[in-house]
Design a protein around this ligand. Structure first.
Ligand code: BGC
Length: 394
C-alpha cells in the first residue's frame, strides 16, 4: 500500500470509529465510549525478577496497575503484597502497606507482612487436632500453639504464577501444592489464590483448595495497612467499623475459650465507626491478653455471601478501605507486637501499632472447637473463600 492509500485507509477507519462513537453518545450521553475502550486493556500486569531465595529458588515480582493509578506489587515468595498504592482525597497515590524492600529481609524476619497464610490462618491449640480418630501434630511456633501454618507456612514458600486479563481487570494466579503431611497436615493440598485488580481500586482475593485426604484449611491474607502512607505514624487514629455483634474471646495463649460473646458495652464494639485508639488501652482482660486488638470477630449476615464486613478510614488523608467477604470471621490485629526493631520502607523502623491487619477467616482453633463451624475439607470438595479490599477517599 502506498502512503496515500494508507492515509485514506486510516482516515476512513477513524471516521467510522468517530461516527460510531457519535451514534452511541447520542443514545447514552453518560457512557464514555471511545475506540480505545474496545482494544486497550486498562489494567496491566507485568513481571520482573525479584531475587533468589536462600535455597536458590527464583522469585518474581508482578506489578498490577489500573487506569486510576493504583499499583500493587506481589512477589511469588509467600504471595506477599510488597507495596500497594491508594489515593487520598486529592487523588495522591501513596504506598499504604507495611513491608520491606528486599527478599533477604522477608526471609530473615517478618511478622507475616503482606503474606498469604495457610494452611491454617490463626492458632490451633497445642498444635494438635484429630480427624476420624487420628491425631495430627503440627509445629508449635507461637508459645504452646501452632500459628499461621507453622514454621514454613504458605507465607514462606515460592508459588507458581501466571497472569490473566479481561477488558477491565488483571489477575495474578498463584498456585502451590502443599504435600501430604507438610507441616504436619494430612493430604496433598492443591492451593490456588487469585489476586485481581479492577478499575474500581479494588483488589479481589479468591482462595481455592482441594485435597486427596481429609484435612483442615483456613486461608487468609496478612497485609498490614497504614492509610496515612507514613510508616512513622501509628494507626491509632484510624476509624474502624466491623459488622459483628459478637467476638471470639481468647484465653491467655490467644486460643478461643469456646464462647462467643456480645460486643455490646465492650471495647470490641465496632458496629459504629470508632478509632482503634479510643479504647485500646482501657482495662479489659481480652485487651490485656492480646496486648491490644488481636481477636476474631463473628461477622453478621453469614449466609449472605460476599458482603461489606469491615471498613477503615483515616481522616487526614481521607483514605477509606472497605473489606468485602463471604467469610464468617475477621481478625483485627493492631500491630501490637511491632516493637521498633524491623526496618521500614521509608528508612525508619516499624514501631508499635504502626499497621493493622484485617484477616478474613474461619474462627481460630476450629479443628478443636466442636461448636464452631467446620474447617474440614474432604476429598471431592472444593474450599473457596472470597475477600476484596476496595479503596476510596472522602
Ligand atoms: C496474629 C497475631 C500475631 C501476628 C503475627 C496475627 O494474625 O493474630 O497474634 O502476632 O499475626 O505478626
Amino acid at each position: 500500500m502506498n502512503r496515500l492509500k494508507k492515509n485514506i485507509y486510516a482516515f476512513s477507519l477513524m471516521s467510522i470509529a468517530l461516527l460510531s462513537v457519535q451514534c452511541k453518545s447520542d443514545k447514552k450521553k453518560d457512557m464514555e465510549v471511545t475506540p480505545q475502550n474496545k482494544t486497550v486493556n486498562m489494567v496491566t500486569i507485568s513481571k520482573e525478577a525479584y531475587g533468589l531465595t536462600l535455597d536458590s529458588i527464583v522469585v518474581d515480582k508482578y506489578l498490577m496497575k489500573n487506569e486510576k493509578g493504583m499499583e500493587i506489587s506481589v512477589i511469588t515468595y509467600g504471595g506477599i503484597i510488597t507495596s500497594w498504592t491508594a489515593p487520598d482525597r486529592n487523588n495522591n497515590y501513596k504506598d499504604i502497606v507495611l513491608g520491606y524492600d528486599t527478599l533477604e529481609q522477608y526471609e530473615k524476619e517478618t511478622p507475616y507482612f503482606g503474606a498469604l497464610i495457610g494452611r491454617y490462618g490463626n492458632r490451633i491449640a497445642k498444635g494438635k487436632f484429630s480427624l476420624d480418630g487420628t491425631e495430627y501434630t503440627l509445629e508449635t511456633n507461637d508459645g504452646p500453639n501452632h500459628l499461621h501454618g507453622g514454621v514454613k507456612g504458605f507465607d514462606k514458600v515460592v508459588w507458581n504464577a501466571s497472569e490473566t486479563k479481561t477488558d477491565t481487570t488483571a489477575s495474578l494466579v498463584l498456585t502451590y501444592l502443599s504435600k501430604d503431611m507438610e507441616e504436619g497436615y494430612p493430604g496433598n493440598l492443591e492451593t490456588k489464590v487469585t489476586y485481581t485488580l479492577t478499575n474500581d481500586n479494588e483488589l479481589q482475593v479468591v482462595y481455592e483448595a482441594t485435597t486427596d485426604k481429609k484435612t483442615v484449611v483456613n486461608l487468609t491474607q496478612h497485609t498490614y495497612f497504614n492509610l496515612t502512607g507514613d510508616f512513622s505514624k501509628t494507626i491509632l487514629d484510624h476509624e474502624i467499623t466491623i459488622n459483628a455483634d459478637k467476638l471470639v474471646p481468647v484465653d491467655a495463649t490467644l486460643i478461643p475459650t469456646g464462647a462467643l460473646t456480645d460486643v455490646v458495652n465492650t471495647p470490641f464494639d465496632f458496629r459504629e465507626a470508632k478509632t482503634i485508639g479510643k479504647e485500646i488501652n482501657t482495662k479489659n482482660e481480652q485487651l490485656e491478653r492480646g496486648l491490644g486488638y488481636d481477636h476474631c470477630w463473628v461477622l453478621n449476615n453469614q449466609n449472605e455471601g460476599v458482603r461489606l464486613v469491615s471498613s477503615a478510614y483515616e481522616k487526614e488523608s481521607g483514605r477509606q478501605l472497605d473489606v468485602y467477604s463471604d467469610e464468617i470471621g475477621i481478625q483485627l490485629y493492631t500491630g501490637n507486637f511491632l516493637d521498633g526493631t524491623l526496618p521500614n520502607k521509608q528508612g525508619g523502623k516499624y514501631a508499635h501499632r504502626t499497621g493493622f491487619c484485617l484477616e478474613t477467616q474461619h474462627y481460630p482453633d476450629s479443628p478443636n472447637q466442636e461448636n464452631f463451624p467446620t474447617t474440614v475439607l474432604n476429598p471431592g470438595e472444593k474450599y473457596i473463600s472470597k475477600t476484596s479490599f476496595k479503596f476510596s477517599a472522602k
